[in-house]
Design a binder for this molecule. Sequence first.
Ligand code: MG
Length: 99
Amino acid sequence: MPSLSETQKQVEGYDKKHGWDEDKPSHIVLHMSEELGEISRRILRNEGYKKEDFDPKELGMELTDLLYLTLKLANSFDIRLEDEWNKMWERYKTKTNRS
Ligand SMILES: [Mg+2]
C-alpha cells in the first residue's frame, strides 16, 4: 500500500488529469457531506435503524470516497496530510483523555 503522502500525490495527479484540480473547496466540502451521509446510511443499516441490507464492503467504499475527498481538499491548500498526521500523532501520544 502506498504511503499517505504517495496517495495524496495520486489524487493530485488524478485530479489534474481530469481537470478537477481547480474544484472549489466549498464544492469539495459539499461532496464530503454527501459521502458522510452515505456512510451514515450504512451505519444505520448495520444497527437495524434502516431496514436495508448492510454490506461492510459498501461501507469501506464510502469511507474511501471520503478519504479521497479529504486528500483532495488538502491538496487545494497545499496541506501535506502525512506531515499533519505525524504531528497529530505526536500530540496524541501524550493525551490521557478525550478533551
Ligand atoms: Mg460514495
